[in-house]
Design a protein around this ligand. Structure first.
Ligand SMILES: [Fe+2]
Ligand SMILES: [Fe+2]
Length: 194
């Protein structure tokens, strides 16, 4: 897998793109059961993503951005996001404040993602160049463990068949890239000597 695994920064961008796509499925007029499924899918994807960054990406970045306040505020922002997720999970879509809470979470995540994509990821690409692929491999392995642990939650959220299975798989992110890597190589052409 190492020769094909995407770099850690590519995987992080793919995670961001996926969670934004999930966010945009949510509308005030969406049915309550669909809202609940969207929220659970987004929250689980965010939790896995944040844990991967904290275990693998931020420590690697701290070697080259020690003392940088933009890196220092990343973990507290994840903690705030986890608090917001816990509040959302303690409510139901029938609650009058549910929409506003989810929109608030969306705004905070979008702000955090913008900081990562404009500062942290470009810095990592300049400073960690040759390590990015190896870090991507570590992230893929850890992601598989976390996804396996979270799969029952994601499936429960999908009891109403809200999302196609591909979307549940993408909770893992980098999932598409991983699938690409695992795809069998095209059959070699056999040269005929006649
Ligand atoms: Fe983050
Ligand atoms: Fe991120």
């Amino acid at each position: 897998m190492s020769s094909c695994s995407p770099s850690i920064t590519t995987m992080i961008r793919m995670d961001h793109t996926h969670v934004m796509a999930v966010f945009h499925r949510y509308h005030a007029e969406t049915s309550w059961w669909r809202k609940r499924a969207i929220v659970e899918l987004a929250c689980t994807a965010l939790e896995i993503h944040a844990q991967l960054e904290e275990e693998i990406f931020y420590p690697a970045l701290s070697e080259v951005m020690a003392g940088d306040e933009r890196l220092a505020k990343s973990k507290p922002e994840h903690d705030k996001m986890r608090e917001d997720i816990a509040k959302l999970r303690s409510m139901g879509p029938e609650d009058a404040a549910y929409d506003a809470r989810f929109m608030q979470l969306m705004r905070e995540v979008m702000h955090h993602v913008a900081d990562e994509e404009t500062v942290l990821l470009p810095t990592a690409e300049r400073a960690l160049g040759s390590q990015l692929s190896a870090l991507g491999v570590r992230m893929t392995k850890r992601r598989m463990q976390l996804v396996a642990r979270n799969r029952p939650t994601a499936i429960a959220a999908n009891t109403a068949g809200t999302f196609p299975l591909a979307s549940l798989a993408a909770i893992s992110l980098g999932a598409l890239a991983i699938a690409h890597c695992l795809r069998p190589a095209p059959a070699r052409r056999i040269r005929r000597y006649e």
